[in-house]
Design a protein around this ligand. Structure first.
Ligand code: DX5
Ligand code: ZN
Length: 220
């Protein structure tokens, strides 16, 4: 298991002042950027041009979470926009192995996301191709949803498979992660934690990052 990392999602930040909003989370390990195309999910956020501007505005590396239908053709634009990590959804990717290799070849970390109903077992042999696996703990599309406990066994299973194969793959959880739920995720084996509304609804987002980090660390 890797060290604990907190990757706040800016989905619930004020989009009219994104630069300032990102400046409020300076202690984040990565800034989690939710890219939505209104096809893979029923919501629309931003594209590569905006992500590139965001990358220029901060020293914190960007962790792009692509909730888009055409990941095979559009993912590399986010590497070129300056993202250090690019996550595609396995339900969307037509050729996940090729895509992961392309992302790595262009110099970013390659990551694969699973919606709540998608099992991890069929992808066991892909783990060595991936720098991170993202397990969604809500249905993707919106911030502020309730954490789905039914995803916990899959987090545990993913950690087991990673241990079995001896890979260094990070295990990220995304959706409804808060001071209430982060310990469950950490106990199940997650090491990278997305938190959107929990961070941006706090009076001091940076302090919330520290509190989340401490809660997750308390399970180790
Ligand atoms: C949901 C996004 C998440 C979301 C997290 O589709 O992938 O990153 O913004 O927000 P919270 O933490 O509020 O569930
Ligand atoms: Zn996300």
């Amino acid at each position: 298991m890797g060290h604990i990392q907190i990757t706040p999602s800016i989905l619930n930040a004020d989009f009219a002042r994104l630069g300032e909003e990102v400046a409020r989370i300076g202690s984040a390990d990565w800034v989690h950027v939710d890219v939505m195309d209104n096809h893979f999910v029923p919501n629309l956020t931003f594209g590569p041009t905006m992500v590139e501007a965001l990358a220029r505005s901060t020293d914190v590396p960007l962790d792009a979470h692509l909730m888009i239908e055409d990941a095979d053709n559009e993912a590399l634009a986010y590497v070129e926009a300056g993202c250090g990590s690019v996550t595609f959804h396995v339900e969307a990717a037509k050729a996940p192995v090729r895509l992961a290799r392309e992302i790595r070849a262009h110099g970013a970390r390659a990551s694969m996301a699973l919606k709540p109903a998608t099992p991890i077992d069929p992808y066991e042999d892909l783990l060595a191709e991936l720098d991170m696996v993202l397990i969604m703990t809500v249905e993707p599309g919106f911030g502020g949803q309730k954490f789905l406990d039914l995803c916990l066994p899959k987090i545990r299973r993913a950690r087991e498979l990673m241990d079995k194969h001896g890979v260094e793959t990070w295990l990220q959880v995304d959706g409804g992660v808060s001071l209430e739920t982060i310990e469950r995720c950490a106990e199940a084996g997650a090491d990278v934690f997305v938190a959107g509304s929990a961070v941006y609804s706090a009076d001091d987002p940076d302090r919330m990052i520290g509190d989340l980090r401490a809660k997750a660390a308390s399970t180790r």
